[in-house]
Design a protein around this ligand. Sequence first.
Ligand SMILES: Nc1nc2c(c(=O)[nH]1)N(C=O)[C@@H](CNc1ccc(C(=O)N[C@@H](CCC(=O)O)C(=O)O)cc1)CN2
Ligand SMILES: Nc1nc2c(ncn2[C@@H]2O[C@H](COP(=O)(O)OP(=O)(O)OP(=O)(O)O)[C@@H](O)[C@H]2O)c(=O)[nH]1
Ligand SMILES: [Mg+2]
Length: 460
Amino acid sequence: MMTQETIAAIATAVGEGGIAVIRVSGPDAVAESAKLFKSASNIVEAPSHTVHYGHIVDPANGEKIEEILLTIMRGPRSFTAEDVVELSTHGGVVAVKRVLELLLRQGTVRIAEPGEFTKRAFLNGRIDLAQAEAVIDLIRSKSDRAFSVAMKQAEGTLSRRVKALRHNLVELLAHIEVNIDYPEHDVAEMTNNYIRERSQEACDEIDRLLKTASEGKILREGIMTAIVGRPNVGKSSLLNALVQENKAIVTDIPGTTRDVIEEYVTLGGIPLRLLDTAGIRETTDVVERIGVERSRTALEEADLILFVVNASESLHEDDYKLMEELQGRPVIVLLNKTDLPVAVDEGEMASRFASGSIVRLSVLREQGLDQLEKVIRGMFFGGEIDSGDLTYVSNVRHIALLHQAKQSLVDAMEATDAGIPIDLVQIDVRTAWEQLGEMIGDSVSESLIDQIFSQFCLGK
Ligand SMILES: Nc1nc2c(c(=O)[nH]1)N(C=O)[C@@H](CNc1ccc(C(=O)N[C@@H](CCC(=O)O)C(=O)O)cc1)CN2
Ligand SMILES: Nc1nc2c(ncn2[C@@H]2O[C@H](COP(=O)(O)OP(=O)(O)OP(=O)(O)O)[C@@H](O)[C@H]2O)c(=O)[nH]1
Ligand SMILES: [Mg+2]
């Protein structure tokens, strides 16, 4: 599906900068650029992957417009797998626009749609759909880790696992096919076992991929972590210690924090979206009561709750009330102020919460924060965040397809168990194979492709 039109766009962000780059791709990229380019080198003849110094000149009147560097990459060894020319102009909005206008004025070059360069890389078979989608994630990633994950996917790690899965399903399909053609009663049971085993294996791999989805979301957006507890136990002090800055006001007056304070912090490689909340207690103060309501909302929405208790006092009625609400939630109990004599009944806490989730802390002395970090890592990644192949399914489209493929395989296994003829079972397996294919862009509709690439920015 080779495209014939030549397209151009500004590839760098619009605004002031050192340089700006115009990218041109398509069969006329070199010839059309050459019409505007005055240089010691003849770029029509120049070899691929060479850079040339020269000027952009308006062919209408010979006026020198810009001093540029021009790069040639001939297809298929280019980003789009077509002939690509990049013109780097001086930064700033005016110069780059004038050069682009000159290129477009000639008639055969048109402005690219958002994502069209990457779309061509896909249509020309240089990358698959999952890789192309990762390019969007690359651009949007806001943390080093999210970037590394997207980079891996752009390199094809997810695609390889999906392809391996499909390869196994093709083998299974072939096996079933043989049995449809030569049905022998005594091998039927063996075939059924084989279908069950292979489908189960595929389901297990899909589950592993799906498990990475929630971890992937956490890596991109941070674990929503609410710091809760009754007033004056040291919640704001904890926030400040974790972000290593005095973001929240700390005083010894109960009810200091009135509104939810939000900060991002990376703890042992795990991004947290920390919410410091107003101490939860019954109160008649109107402002404080609104704050307490906001604390409750944060508590309800949190992925992780840091429940702070003042260990130097015995448990308070407000603590008991809160503990009731925390039942069944992902909680880490922080016994704070352990620099003071401990009065809280630790045995009682241990009977209410899993022992691994109780951490002794002194925010004042900065003690116990490393233990907190360990517990968080353990809870979310089984302590394995730094290892693994960095495959994270992040895209909602991929997640939906994985769920569908898994369901098709479950259908196949159930059909087998129910003694349904294997040519019908085969249909379910084939459906799973097709659904996985859609992840990497096998058999996807044109409108879906358009929709995916329209999310890109101009010039990508
Ligand atoms: N100037 C410039 N910088 C850029 C890009 C670009 O397009 N232009 N990229 C745009 O995103 C990124 C680099 N990505 C690229 C990926 C593949 C190919 C490419 O030409 N691949 C060919 C040839 C490889 C080779 O010569 O060995 C291929 O894979 O077939 C180029 C850029 C980041 N920096
Ligand atoms: N001794 C001791 N004091 C602490 C510790 N952590 C915090 N404090 C003190 O406890 C008091 C209350 O701290 P905050 O961080 O404001 O408490 P809070 O839970 O945010 O309180 P509210 O915002 O009112 O709900 C301050 O005087 C802190 O200095 C600790 O580990 N040990
Ligand atoms: Mg506070």
